[in-house]
Design a protein around this ligand. Structure first.
Ligand code: DQA
Length: 159
């Protein structure tokens, strides 16, 4: 892929879906007490340590997230996506990610598989290299670490 580097450092785009802007306030018993800004800051410092540049975009609108994925094509080497509730039904986001040629890492603070049945299906999972879920804020750092290592590995999936 060309054009995915800013200087020598690959760009990793972190996408945050609906209601994640309310983190810190929203159901802290489920999602913890940290704000989205705090998670992004942790992800950013992990990114610096891993030699990649982190960009972040949050929206409550499906179309804006689809357009952000389009904008990452040929520019960002990886997308980390916490699509929030869109995870469970947004075929347009899934299609956009399928058309994206970099590494895709699915991320969740909670463990949707252990929650209500409607959260058990992810339409993002089939178009992601893997999923990090259930580790709270630590997941943001793990996702950056995974993305950076997968970028460094190149296009062939790990066995
Ligand atoms: C979430 C899990 C989703 O089921 C939920 O709709 C969210 C957040 C998580 O990070 O745990 O909004 O993606």
């Amino acid at each position: 892929m060309n054009g995915e580097r800013e200087g020598a450092r690959p760009v990793v785009l972190l996408l945050s879906g609906p209601n994640l802007d309310l983190l810190g306030d929203r159901q802290p018993q489920v999602y913890g007490g940290l704000t989205l800004e705090a998670h992004v800051a942790a992800a950013r410092s992990r990114a610096t340590a891993c030699g990649v540049v982190l960009e972040h975009f949050q929206s409550n609108a499906e179309a804006a997230l689809v357009e952000a994925v389009h904008g990452a094509r040929g520019r960002a080497a990886a997308i980390i996506v916490n699509a929030a509730a869109l995870t469970h039904y947004s075929w347009s986001l899934a299609d956009a990610l399928a058309a994206y040629d970099g590494v895709v890492v699915e991320l969740h603070l909670s463990n949707p598989a252990g929650r209500e049945p409607w959260r058990h299906r992810s339409v993002v999972a089939p178009v992601a290299r893997g999923t990090i879920a259930g580790f709270g804020g630590l997941g943001y750092e793990l996702a950056v670490e995974a993305a950076a290592r997968l970028i460094a590995e190149g296009p062939n999936p790990a066995p």
